[in-house]
Design a protein around this ligand. Structure first.
Ligand SMILES: CC(C)(COP(=O)(O)OP(=O)(O)OC[C@H]1O[C@@H](n2cnc3c(N)ncnc32)[C@H](O)[C@@H]1OP(=O)(O)O)[C@@H](O)C(=O)NCCC(=O)NCCS
Length: 380
């Protein structure tokens, strides 16, 4: 078996693997996007001689961590030919993708099944949350006039600018930045309705069966704008019974709603992996006002550059990881624990799940440094 960048002439073979894994879809659209990704060197193939037996790719995103955008490789379209499954190829592909993304500090993915990714050092980190609420409960949220305007493909730069400002100000953890081109394409069709306010953005549409409304994104920097954008969606309550919305787990909507008794929340979990520990620490934000020095030891066979004894320093909202002498009693974190800690999972949980061990005296400081509730508003 040989793992190498997918050759452009193997795109049809990759599409065949995709259909066998996920069923038929928009072949022309998939080929168009994948051809660009192949050209950018973001698609990996596993070959048995010249025969493609598995494939996987990554997207170049930025992901917000405590209000700073960190480059992240979003892994997707992972599939092994049905006749080759169960022989370790998925595992080798996941490892190969780690090397393929060399240079990026982080990688994340939505797992269809976790074991193959855990073996490559990924761990559950956050989720995409969907809440279903009665449309009428949204209609009545409006309190006063807020200037909102329709947004189209030409507004992509302003949309991205507003979202970046909102996520930075909220010190958000988890949401991804897909860039202007993605919004330009999203708003080019006629099925997503988008609105902009000075401090907010809304994108929504109809569900596939035309019965309910679906909110892809509603981000607002003030209660007035949040009320105005949610009420705009709710104004459809004479036709749509309910609204299914992708939100943060602690979205302001939950505190705006008069009653939460009818809410129904569903989670789709995503996993994170730290590819380059010093770069991932340097790129993210940390709580201003927190000043700490913590020794820790990372074990990471797949990414030896992460392994060893480190000192984490946090000060002035920034962090650094510097090499230090081995401290046998220090906190010990395997790659999966490092990913979960980075995503704000408290150390007591990591210890009680057997992922972390060693000195516990700095647990509270590390929890304060990394704490958060990561979420995403996008599936990829
Ligand atoms: C998921 C998939 C990529 C795994 O590939 P594979 O070559 O069969 O995986 P491996 O043989 O390397 O197995 C790796 C681990 O994953 C586990 N695994 C594989 N398929 C699994 C499944 N469907 N459910 C649960 N665990 C699974 C294996 O048991 C193994 O774990 P173990 O070593 O602890 O026993 C492959 O089954 C596939 O292409 N499925 C359809 C598409 C898909 O689901 N892609 C993933 C999208 S995120």
């Amino acid at each position: 078996m040989d793992i190498r960048a997918l050759a452009p002439e193997d795109l049809d073979a990759a599409y065949d693997l995709r259909v066998r894994a996920f069923g038929p879809g928009d072949q022309a659209g998939w080929l168009r996007h994948c051809r660009l990704a192949v050209r950018r060197g973001e698609v990996l193939g596993v070959y048995d001689g010249d025969r493609l037996v598995a494939s996987g790719r990554y997207h170049r995103f930025e992901q917000w961590w405590h209000g700073r955008a960190v480059p992240m490789g979003g892994v997707a379209s992972v599939y092994v030919a049905p006749e080759e499954r169960g022989r370790g190829i998925g595992r080798r592909l996941a490892q190969g993708l780690l090397e393929f993304m060399d240079g990026l500090p982080l990688t994340a993915l939505y797992p269809a099944t976790a074991p193959v990714y855990r073996s490559a050092g990924y761990e559950h980190a956050g989720a995409q949350h969907f809440v279903t609420v009665p449309a009428e409960a949204l209609r009545t949220l409006a309190t006063g006039p807020v200037k909102v305007r329709r947004a189209g493909p030409g507004d992509a730069p302003e949309i991205v600018g507003v979202l970046r400002r909102m996520h930075a100000e909220a010190r958000d953890n988890g949401p991804i930045d897909r860039g202007e081109d993605w919004f330009r394409e999203l708003l080019d069709g006629d099925d997503v309705f988008a609105y902009l306010a000075d401090d907010g953005f809304l994108a929504y549409g109809w569900s596939a069966d035309g019965r309910d409304l679906v909110v892809h994104r509603c981000v607002a920097g003030s209660a007035e704008t949040a009320r105005a954008l949610w009420a705009l969606v709710g104004s459809g309550s004479s036709v749509a019974r309910s609204v299914r919305a992708c939100v943060a787990p602690d979205d302001p909507l939950f505190w705006l709603l008069r009653d939460r008794s009818a809410e129904d929340v569903r989670r789709v979990s995503w996993m994170l992996r730290v590819l380059d520990a010093p770069a991932a620490v340097a790129a993210r934000g940390f709580p201003a006002g927190l000043s700490a020095e913590v020794p820790l030891t990372i074990t990471d066979e797949a990414r030896p550059g992460n392994a060893g004894a480190w000192r984490l320093s946090v000060d002035g909202g920034r962090g650094t990881l510097t090499r230090t002498d081995d401290a046998p009693d220090a906190l010990r974190l395997p790659a999966r624990a490092l990913a979960a800690l980075y995503a704000g999972v408290p150390l007591t949980r990591l210890r009680r799940s057997g992922l972390a061990e060693g000195d516990a005296s700095t647990d509270a400081i590390l929890d304060a440094a990394f704490g958060g509730t990561p979420y995403m508003l996008d599936y990829f």
